[in-house]
Structure formats: structure tokens, C-alpha cells
Design a protein around this ligand. Structure first.
Ligand code: GRG
Length: 280
């Protein structure tokens, strides 16, 4: 079972251009790694994929899509390509891209709020968990720190601080929300949280490596962007071989957190491996 293909019609948007631009984003959903993590983490705890996890995974994908649309804007990364197609501000215009992102963020929380299979208490917990992860102390704050770090060379500890927030927080929320909707106990949440922190960082390190080793065609977004924008990356800090080693070290540590769950965590192990060992 997988997350629902997000359907723009269900978002009830009366403006044809905004509706079309939203459909343009949602019809090209990317790898859907975060919703896969939500479903697998739910399945690990509940022994099956609950419909609730499909709803939460879909909402997480909408939030991720919003972050990419805004990240690509001229005021941020100013990127013309995403998922192999022109970015929203290129295919439409900048105002439309801002509104698509804003609308997707609201729609994601509305989707969870309306989910009938969740109790009110679990909904509030999950909405609190996800909103904290994408806000000032998470994805948005991490994005600001990352932008402020351009033209600098940061150390591994500073990069860790930034990317636990910018990239890691939503990945962690995806994993923990899947476990929370299955009523995971404190120990399971603790183990999954530590797994998530390491996998989120390893994913970012792998992304930095791919930026310098892959073509624009293979990535579906502009290759070499980190260097041209003078981003502070793991490759800049550690060199290519050092960054690869760091990704593997983080992956190993993350996977060790799953030992507690035995074979039941195999799907999560496979996803973690796929997230870090990409395009080599
Ligand atoms: C603008 C609010 C705001 C936040 C932006 C997540 C983010 C913060 C920016 C994305 C920049 C980036 C390329 C980060 C590296 C890790 C990452 C999120 C890669 C893209 O995720 P994938 O590979 O993409 O899962 P797909 O397209 O497969 O969904």
C-alpha cells in the first residue's frame, strides 16, 4: 500500500491558474520517501498499514512539495528545474508558486484535521508534531540558517545543527507520526527518533554528494548548484570521500537503532539504505 496520489481537485480551489499549478506539482510526486517512512513506521508498530497513516503520509508529501516549490523561488535557491520539469515559478509565475506552497501547507493540516479514523487527541498530537517540525525550530528555521551560511565554510557540528532542522525535521516527523498513529510506546518512539535523526542527516549528506557527482538529467534538478551558489555543504567541509564516509557512518548508526525491532523493521531498513545509497 502507498500514500494516496494527491488530487488537486479535492483541494477545492476556484482559481483556475492556481488549481492548475497545484495539479502540476502534485502530478509529479517525486520519490515519495517521506510517506513511505510514515507507512513503514506505522506498520512496524501496528503490524499493518492503517488508513490513518495513508492520510498522514499524503499530508507530509504535500508539505514536502510546498517546501520544494518555495525553496526553488528566485528569493531562495532560484532554480529553474525540479523533478525533471520547469519549477512552478518558471512554468507559471512567482506569485502563483508562493500561493501553491501556502495552499499546500494549509491543505496538509486540513487533511489531517478531517481524518475520521483518528481520535481528536491523536490528531492534535500529530498536528503539533508536524507543525513543530516544519516551523521556526525546524524546516523553516533550518532553511534560514542554511541561507545565512552561504559563502562560508562550516564545520560538521554546525552543518548538523542546520540540517537536523532543514532536512531532518520533516523526515523525523514522517517517521514519528507513523508510529504515533499506531500508538507506539515511549521506548519505540525514542528508538525511532534516534534512527530518524541519523537517517535525515545521512540523506542530506548523500544529497550534497549527488550534487557534485550526478548530472542535471539524472537528478531532475540543476546539478552543481551548491558550488555555484557557494552553499556550505558536507562535500565542501569534508571533501567527496569524507562526505561519503560520513553518510555511511550516519546510516550505520541509524540502522543500529532499529536492532531493537528485529526483522519487523526490514522495510524501514530498506528505505533508509535507498535514501543514502543513491546514484552511486
Ligand atoms: C523553503 C520553507 C522552505 C523550506 C525548504 C527541504 C528544503 C527546505 C529545501 C530543499 C533543498 C534540498 C534540495 C535539500 C536536500 C534534501 C532534500 C529535501 C531533497 C529533496 O528531497 P527528495 O530527494 O525529493 O525526497 P523528491 O523530489 O524525490 O520528493
Amino acid at each position: 500500500m502507498s500514500a494516496k496520489t494527491p488530487d488537486a481537485a479535492a483541494l477545492r480551489c476556484a482559481d483556475p491558474k492556481l488549481a492548475e499549478a497545484t495539479a502540476y506539482v502534485l502530478s509529479n510526486p517525486g520519490k515519495q520517501l517521506r510517506s513511505r517512512l510514515t507507512l513503514e513506521s506505522c506498520e512496524l508498530i501496528a503490524g499493518e498499514t492503517l488508513p490513518t497513516a495513508i492520510c498522514i503520509g499524503t499530508a507530509i508529501e504535500w508539505l514536502h512539495a510546498y517546501s520544494l516549490v518555495h525553496d526553488d523561488l528566485p528569493a531562495m535557491d532560484d532554480d529553474p528545474m525540479r523533478r525533471g520539469k520547469p519549477t512552478v515559478h518558471v512554468a507559471y509565475d512567482e506569485a502563483t508558486a508562493i500561493l501553491v506552497g501556502d495552499g499546500l501547507q494549509a491543505a496538509a493540516f486540513n487533511l489531517i484535521a478531517g481524518e475520521e479514523t483518528l481520535t481528536a487527541e491523536t490528531k492534535v498530537d500529530i498536528i503539533a508534531l508536524i507543525s513543530e517540525a516544519i516551523g521556526f525550530g525546524g524546516m523553516v528555521g533550518g532553511q534560514a540558517l542554511d541561507m545565512a551560511a552561504e559563502h562560508q565554510t562550516l564545520g560538521v557540528e554546525q552543518l548538523r545543527e542546520i540540517h537536523l532542522q532543514k532536512t531532518g525535521a520533516l523526515i523525523k516527523a514522517a517517521i514519528l507520526a507513523g508510529a504515533r498513529c499506531a500508538n507506539a510506546d515511549k521506548e519505540a518512539i525514542h528508538r525511532l527518533g534516534e534512527f530518524a535523526d541519523h537517517i535525515g542527516l545521512a540523506f542530506q549528506v548523500a544529497d550534497d554528494v549527488l550534487d557534485v557527482t550526478q548530472t542535471t538529467e539524472a537528478l531532475g534538478k540543476t546539478a552543481g548548484k551548491d558550488q555555484s551558489a557557494e552553499k556550505s555543504t558536507y562535500v565542501k567541509c569534508l571533501g567527496l570521500a569524507g562526505a561519503r564516509e560520513e553518510a555511511e557512518r550516519l546510516l550505520r548508526h541509524g540502522l543500529s537503532c532499529l536492532d531493537y525491532f528485529g526483522d519487523a523493521a526490514d522495510p524501514l531498513r530498506a528505505t533508509a539504505n535507498a535514501m543514502v545509497i543513491r546514484g552511486r
